[in-house]
Design a binder for this molecule. Structure first.
Ligand code: PLP
Length: 444
């Protein structure tokens, strides 16, 4: 019978033994799925743990409680707790959609040329000498993460020092991105738990003892997770030290405009390093400041000594990108270029950006006041001193676990909370939870 023959072929394919009389009955009665599972070529694969940051949302989504609160992921929410699409983004998208001349052809390997030019201008400043001297190469990448990865892959292939120093603590993805790109990761002291501020002395000592030429990852502003940034004077000292030792700065700029509400102020540390004529890398993300999280829009810029080097560096960046994802997506970069090019939209963007930054600052004040009103033990002034999207509360992992279990508040186990996920309505709930966590001895 034809069906018997087909079953026989399938059985041989699956490595099932049978005699010619009984095979049809055997195969039909056996569960086909159990056979597949037993023979999977992937049966040795162990389940990986959830990503420590994105896993917070996975756990949050499973919680049926109506009072649950997700302060884990760094995504902006309105005071009603809703995700926000900026008005300027909606306007730009509408106009892009209405423009029938736009097509969906591939972008070049380096991305949208206008987007690259405007992104460099945004971070380095309109009158940047490095841009005027054509010694910056900028390539469009997949948001901040992709820009870091492309930069790191380039360094691993073409830079003489493979060691990168990252702050302790830092964004959890940094060590993975750099290690997988082939760099060797070391840390420098950054945060002082006693003051909940910068460990400036430790930072200078560690960077000062790095081998000559080492790469140093610097958060351009709004350090994640601590919310602690060096002052401009401290940045100047860091710059002098790094330049004197020939260390290579790699800036991660994921929050330009989000820290102070001003795009120019937040770019000052990067511009200080560019002004001295030295070389550096910058990874930019438009996830937070334009709310384009899922569009994956970012840029990697490498500032070089001269235009000739910049051109050669760009040619090698293409060789990094081409086998990775060929070329970047067109939609998000078109939105950004449209907004950055149009004076009115740009101005509107800066107003919306400032409103987001101000709402976060007001959440800091409200949470601080709420803890003070409850008489919560401890000094909570770091909540208003820290900057950007996150507050590094100082709560320990047991206290965090308690707040999740008893109050359905989700956050990373290092005690980091996203201020952008908080609203006037949810501040009291969070303050109650923190108060309970720090006053119950068992969790201290
Ligand atoms: C410090 C830092 N760098 C880079 C990123 C990368 O974000 P994205 O890839 O979404 O632009 C983030 C996101 O949270 C971040 O906090």
């Amino acid at each position: 019978m034809a069906s018997d023959r087909r079953i026989g072929v399938l059985a041989r394919h699956l490595g099932v033994e049978m005699d010619s009389q009984s095979h049809s009955a055997n195969v039909i009665s056996a569960s086909p799925t159990s056979g597949f599972q037993a023979n999977s070529v992937f049966s040795h694969v162990v389940r990986a743990p959830e990503d420590p940051i994105l896993g917070v949302t996975v756990a949050y989504n499973k919680d049926p409680s109506p009072v649950k609160l997700n302060l884990g992921v760094g995504a902006y929410r309105t005071d009603e707790g809703k995700p926000l699409v900026l008005n300027v983004v909606r306007k730009a998208e509408q106009q892009l959609v209405n423009d029938r001349s736009r097509v969906k052809e591939y972008l070049p390997i380096t991305g949208l040329a206008d987007f690259n030019k405007l992104s460099a201008k945004l971070i380095f400043g309109a009158d940047s000498p490095a841009i005027q001297e054509n010694r910056v190469t900028t390539v469009q990448c997949l948001s901040g993460t992709g820009s870091l990865r492309v930069g790191a892959e380039f360094l691993a292939r073409h830079y003489h020092q493979r060691t990168i120093y990252i702050p302790q603590p830092t964004w959890g993805n940094h060590p993975k991105v750099f290690t997988l790109a082939g760099l060797s990761v070391k840390t420098y002291r950054y945060y002082d738990p006693a003051t909940r501020g910068l460990n400036f002395q430790g930072l200078l000592e560690d960077i000062g003892s790095a081998p000559s030429g080492a790469i140093v990852l610097l958060h351009a502003c709004a350090h994640n997770p601590t919310g602690v940034d060096p002052t401009l004077q401290q940045w100047e000292n860091i710059r002098k030290l790094m330049r004197s030792k020939g260390l290579l700065p790699f800036f991660d700029s994921a929050y330009q405009g989000f820290a102070s509400g001003s795009l120019d102020s937040d770019a000052k540390p990067v511009r200080m390093f560019v002004a001295d004529g030295g070389e550096l890398l910058v990874a930019q993300s438009y996830a937070k400041n334009m709310g384009l999280y899922g569009e994956r829009v970012g840029a990697l810029s490498i500032v070089c000594r001269n235009a000739d080097v910049a051109g050669r560096v760009e040619s090698q960046l293409k060789l990094v990108i081409r086998p990775m994802y060929s070329n970047p997506p067109i939609h998000g970069a078109s939105i950004v270029a449209f907004i950055l090019k149009d004076r009115n939209l740009y101005n509107e963007w800066t107003i919306e950006l400032k409103a987001m930054a101000d709402r976060i600052i007001s959440m800091r004040r409200q949470l601080f006041d709420a803890l003070r009103a409850r008489g919560t033990p401890g000094d909570w002034s770091h909540i208003i001193k820290q900057i950007g999207m996150f507050t590094f509360t100082g709560l320990n992992s047991a206290q965090v676990a308690f707040m999740t279990k008893e109050y359905h508040i989700y956050m990373t186990s290092d005690g980091r909370i996203s201020m952008a996920g908080l609203s006037s309505k949810t501040v009291p709930h969070l303050a109650d939870a923190i108060h309970a966590a720090v006053t119950r001895a068992a969790y201290n």
